[in-house]
Structures are given as C-alpha cells and as structure tokens.
Design a protein around this ligand. Sequence first.
Ligand code: C2E
Length: 851
Amino acid sequence: MNAGILLVAAQRDLRRSLFDALDRAGYARLHSARDISHAAILLEGNAAQEPLQLMVIVLEGDEAEACAACEQVRRLPGAAEAPLIAVLADGASCSPADLPPGIADWLCAGQIATELVARWQRLPVAAGTGAVPAAWGAASDWRCAFEEGGGEWLMADVQSGRLLEVSPGVIRHSRLPASEWAGLTLAEAVQFSGDSSTDIFAEADRLWHPARRKSSLGYDTGQVNVRRVEHGGSDALALQFRSDRADLRPEAALSLLSRLFASGSGVDAQSAGAQLLFDELALDYLAVWSVRPETADAPTQILQLCREEHAQWPAGYLQSSLQLVLGGQAMRYQSDAGKLAAVDPLLQQLDLAGFVGLPLYDERHSVLGALLAGSRRGFAEMAVVEPVLRCAAARFARTLELQRTREQGRAEGLVDALTGLPNRLLFNDRLEAILREAVRNGECFALLFVDLDRFKAINDTYGHATGDQVLRTVTQRLRGSIRASDTVARYAGDEFTIVLRHIVKNDDVLRVAEKIVQVMESPIFLEDDIELQVTVSMGVSFFPDDANDAETLLKHADEAMYSAKHLGRNNFQIYEVSPEYAREHGMALKTRLRHAEGNGELRVVYQPQVNAETEDIVGMEALVRWEHPELGMISPAVFIPLAEETGLIVSIGEWVMHTACRQAREWEQRYGLRLRLGVNLSAVQLMEPQLLEMVARALRETGLDPTLLEMEITESISIKAAPNLVENLNALHRLGCHIAIDDFGTGAASLDYLRRLPADRIKVDQSFVRNIGVDPDDEAIVRATIEMAHRLNRAVVAEGVETEQHLQFLRDHHCDELQGYLFCRPLQPISFEKMLAERQRLLEVRQAEPA
Ligand SMILES: Nc1nc2c(ncn2[C@@H]2O[C@@H]3COP(=O)(O)O[C@H]4[C@@H](O)[C@H](n5cnc6c(=O)[nH]c(N)nc65)O[C@@H]4COP(=O)(O)O[C@H]3[C@H]2O)c(=O)[nH]1
C-alpha cells in the first residue's frame, strides 16, 4: 500500500498543472496542497505512515528557502523515503545547482505538462514504489530505465564486472555503435577520477562522482552514480552518467531555460536572455526582429548577436528567410541550411549549417516579429535546441507585446479627459486585477453596465457642450452612489461600467442599482436655464455566478443592459442564464460538490473579531471556502445554497465544525488565548435531529471548551417553518455553547428571534454597516439595533466594518465588537497563526519594556 502522490505548490495554476499532468497519466490518490501545513492536513489520515509514492514540490525564493521547503516536506507522514521531484517556479532565484541533496530530479514550471510524468517514470526509484504505470513492467527489471527517455545508463554484472547492456542514450551521446560496447568491462567503459573505482562499485552509494565515459573521441567527462539493482533476475550494478560535454542535453536545456526565465522580462533582461542563449547554445548568429503589420513600416531589428564581426548586413527585405518567418512560417534546418544560401544573402555570408526561424506571436496569433538563430556547425541536438528556442521565442513575444500595449496606453491615455474616469483600457486592466484577487480570496463581485437613455438626442438637440456637461453630472452621480473601493469607468461615449466589490449577498447589489436608477431621475440643471432629465438602462452580471472571465462578465452585463432597454429603459436587469445552462451548470457543480470534501477541496478561513475599544482580538469566525480545481476559489455564497439543496450541507457542516474546533483548540493551547470561535449553521443543519450529537462529538474529539464555541444562525430562518430549531438551540445552549444571530435586521422577525431564542449576541448585518455615512436610514437601524440589544442584555458585533468612519460611528454608539476588512480579511490558518504569533511577540516586547 502507498499513500499516493503529494503535490505542493503555492500558486494555484501550478498546482493545477501538476494535478492535470498526473491525473491524465492515470495516477490516483493525488494530494494537492498549497503549502506544507496544508499538506500535513491532507496527510492527516496517514497515521500508519504509508510511504508516499512520489512528492512534487514547487520551489520559490532563494536557495535557503528551497532547502527549508524540502526539509519540511520530508518530515510529513510517509515522506521520509519518498522520491522528491523539485519544480523551479518562474520566480525561484535558486538554481538547480543549489538544490538540496535528496532530490530525485528537477524541472522548470513550464515543463510540467510535457516532462513531469516522463521524468517520474524515468526515475529509477519509481520502480520500487508500487503503483507505477504498467509500462514499467516488473519492478525489479531495470530495462525500463533503458527504454524510457534519453538518459545514459550502463548495466554491469556484479560478479564479472562486464557490461550487460547500455542505454540508447549512451550509444547516441558517445557516438559509438552498440557493437563497440559489447563485452567491455565496466572499468573500460567508465573511469572514475580520483577515487578507486572498485570502492565506489562496492559501495554503490548513489552519490555523483566525477568520471569519464568512453566515446568516439576518447572519453567524455562528467559524473556518474552507481546503484546495486536486480536486473533480469541477477545482481547488477546500474550506472547513470551525466556528461559535461558542451552539446546541449535536456538537463542543460532545462537549466538554461530556468536561467532565462530568471532573467526577468524587461528590455535589459531581454538582451541578457539573448546573450545566454547565444553562449549556451554555442550559436553563431541570433537576431530578434519586430514588425507592425498594421503599418507599412519595414521590420526593425531589435537585437542581434553574431560571431562574424565584419558581416555586411543585408536589409531585412532582402533576407528571404526573415520574410518567410514574418509571414508566419517556422523554419528548421538541422545541418542543411546551406541550401537557403542561394536565396538569402545573410545565410550565405554567415555560412550557417543549422538554422531555426520562429515567428513571434501575440495572444491573437498575429505575428509580432521573428527570432532567427543559426550555427555554423549545425545543431547536433535539434530535439533539444528547438524547444529551448521556442520557449525563448514565446518570451520575446510576450515582452514585445507588453511594450506595445504600454505604448498604446501612453498614446491613448488611460484616463478619460472629460470625466477624469478610467477609460476602457484602464478599466479592462483593473477588471482583470479585481478578478484575480477575487479568485485568490474567494470573493464575489458585480459588474454593472450603465448606458444613458437617448443621449444622442441630447447631443443633437443641445450640442456637444451640453452633452459633455451631462456626462460630467452623470459621473458625479455614479461616483456618489458607490463606495470608494468600487470602480467606475467611462467605457465608451455614453456607456459607463462599474465594479462593486466584496459583495456578500446579491441583494446588496440590487440596492445600489436601484439607487443609481433613482439618483439619475433627478433633473439636471444646466447653464442657460436648460433643465434635462437623463435616465439610464443598466445590466448586472455577477462573478463567479455568471462567468469566470472578464470578457464574458462584460458580455453578460451588456446583454442584461439591452434587456433593460427593451423593457422600456430607466431600469436595471440582472443577467439571466438560460434555464438549460443553469440546469447543466448547477448539476455539474452539484456533482463536483459531492466529491469536494473527499478530494480535500474544502478549506476553512478565519476572520478575527475585535473589541471595539481596544481593537484587540477576542474571537474569530470560521468561513468555509471551496477550492475547485478548475474554477478556483468558490464563495460560500454560491455553494452553500447548493449544499443545502442536496443535503450535503450536513456533512460539509460537520467537517467545518471539526476542522474549526480542532484549529481553535490548537491555537488556544499554543497561545493561551481564549478566542471565541463562531461557526455558521445553516437552516438545514438546525433542523437535523442529530445536530446536538454532532456538535458534542466535535467538542469531545477536539477538546475545545464548549463555552468558546458560538453558533451563528441567520435571522432569515423562520422559526415556525423550522422544526427542532428552538429545541436544538436550547440544547446547544445547555451544552455551554453560545448562540449569535447573524445578519440581524435583514429578516422580518428580528424581535421575535430575540424573544424566543437563547441568543447571546447579535451581529448587525453588513449591508447596514456599509451605509454608515451614506444613508441616514441605515445609520438609524444600526443605532437602534445596538440600543435594543443592550437593553435586552445581548452583546453586539458589527460585520463589514470597512472604513474609519464606520469604526468611529460604531464606537460612538457603543457597539461591543467589530469584524471587517478594516481590521482583517478572512485569513488562511497559516496567516492567522502568524498574526497570533506577532501579537504575542509584541505583547512580550511591551512587557519587557521598563514601566
Ligand atoms: N464586503 C465585506 N465583506 C466582509 C467584510 N468582513 C467580512 N466580510 C464577509 O462577510 C461574510 C461574513 O459571514 P456571514 O455573514 O456569516 O455570511 C457567510 C455565511 O452565511 C455563509 N457561510 C460561510 N461559511 C459557512 C459555513 O461554514 N457554513 C454555513 N452554513 N454557511 C457559511 O456564507 C456567507 C458568506 O461568507 P463569506 O463569503 O466568507 O463572507 C464573509 C466575510 O468574508 C467586510 O469588511 N466587507
């Protein structure tokens, strides 16, 4: 039995690529972890310390960080002996040479899809770990190492010391036919430098030793390692040889790529990257050209390296190879580029035998330029040179594209001159950034597409100057209707776009949309006593409910805006998915949700609650997240209703309860802080006859003091419609747990709730808190709620505290505790723990200071 494969990568897309690569190859039991603590949680069930089949860890940062990460991963259950493959992330500043000992192999992040499985299968250690693919055949037979990939392996009989077999890699790289190897002794084939070879053979220690391997030119220097294996039923020695020869090998190519990627992406980095390619691939010519198909300008050379100093450079239009590449044709000549010389004066002059020409493409696959590389000797290892050049070409293309986008931005400006709002270009950029952040934090946001009704008529009747005044007034009104953290932009002539961030309930957005429609209805008074009324039609789409990407979200909001126009203008419409799509999408999500818990895709994050006066932490709310392998972080606002519909909420809720109680107990023991833990209970859970038993079990198994646990129940549950609700809550109260009423003020039964339920605390809903300083009616609700709760001896927590103004108001009105982004966002356990440790450190420093 083995415990499966562990994947550790901080970046979601890398985690995804690792998972996909192994999943596609048919490996089961993949534990995909964000970091070491997450990995520890996933391997928690591995108490028997079953060995892991493989561990793949993506390394970021410098050498010390990489070594620390490898050491930590080794300490996980079942990880001590498991083969470890390191992946160097693009940002890693450690080089392959710095990698700690004990790494079975390494590759670059960009190689995961193509290389990971092949490398794993090529790893000799893979053979001994059980569930390896059938292609490996009998685990004890080392023939697999000979059949897979291009590595250099030599196998010798222990008794006679004679070679049994050499891999095709040895034959290829030594340039000696198989017949030359047959019958040789190991000592004739490989010579160790320094040490006595017999000792090394005897110890078979798997360390890399300097050595020379026979070749057509005498010997190639390099390194060798030796292992004792069973081969074809008898004892054998397996030697793996790594040549130092200048010829580019896969390993050298990967190392080159990793250095290329580490060289950054600016213009200087581009020259440094080109120089690296030129030196390492031993090129005689390397050039990068740029072309702008939208203009009639001739292509320009942006970079050139050449060993021939006195070449007469023909103009670009005379270089037929360049013209072909700029026309989108890739060229690839291993050693016969000479035949192009007749038609290309450059190749003729440089006398190139090997030549590769690659178009540089932008995102839309238009040609932006060309990469040309040539060698007089030809390319011996074309199978390696070409992919390296392709990766380099993709990188040059990205830099070129970025430069052009920046130039375009500067030329067009990013801010609309009339209204001072971001223009379409800047808005699109911001929307992408908001989207990335929302994915990272599992947040929802709304996109509003606002179109002025009949604006053209205003322009035609009153002139453009009046039209401009109207647009400025509309801008002010839009800005006044949203929060500072939201974004409004002038998307085109009379179209505006708005992003409302951090939304918890879709109803909050509807309130803002209603408000915009209303404020627009007030007349606009212009110079010359002109009074106008401008109305808007608006469409709303939601992330992630309606789409996961910016383009589709905009498209959906735009479609909804057109339905608002069709419905008589001066209104807003929410994007509605077609019933079939909703059904399919919902079904697919539900199916995935069934496996989310088992697949380890659920996470619990924790948001601190602080004392309103001291701002010191007094509690935390546990909030669940679903890290879907394809869709990214899914907000509970999306999947809790699905979980409720399917009944899965019972097991998900139980998992959250256990995880959060265990975490709270751990922090309590480590920091001695008696932090209250708030856990949400859904209506479905509250009606469950086994609720009390489930909570009692979680408390018993984790050892958390019941008085530290607080159940958060939403006020929108109807007491009448929920059998067992009052009994369940009374029983939980008797157990010692606290009860908090969540979203207070949003339901119709607030007072009834307070009267009939054993509530200790109420949480003022964030839709009211958000409007402090904006809407006097909502301020009055917050004030009244605090007063009433205090009169009934209940404590009050305000949710969604985002600004200093909110804080001041709540303090002035004696709210007890606060929760919101002003203090802290919901945090992953590792970050929450860092915060607790930092708090403790500060306290200790303060105590140590003389009074
Ligand atoms: N805009 C804004 N938002 C803030 C701020 N401070 C906190 N929030 C968000 O407000 C929500 C507070 O949780 P809630 O009202 O219980 O509302 C929760 C709760 O009703 C439900 N939920 C979350 N976890 C669970 C769970 O484990 N079980 C159940 N049954 N429901 C859960 O999903 C709802 C949404 O949760 P989240 O998306 O995590 O959203 C959280 C939190 O991220 C702020 O300053 N500004």
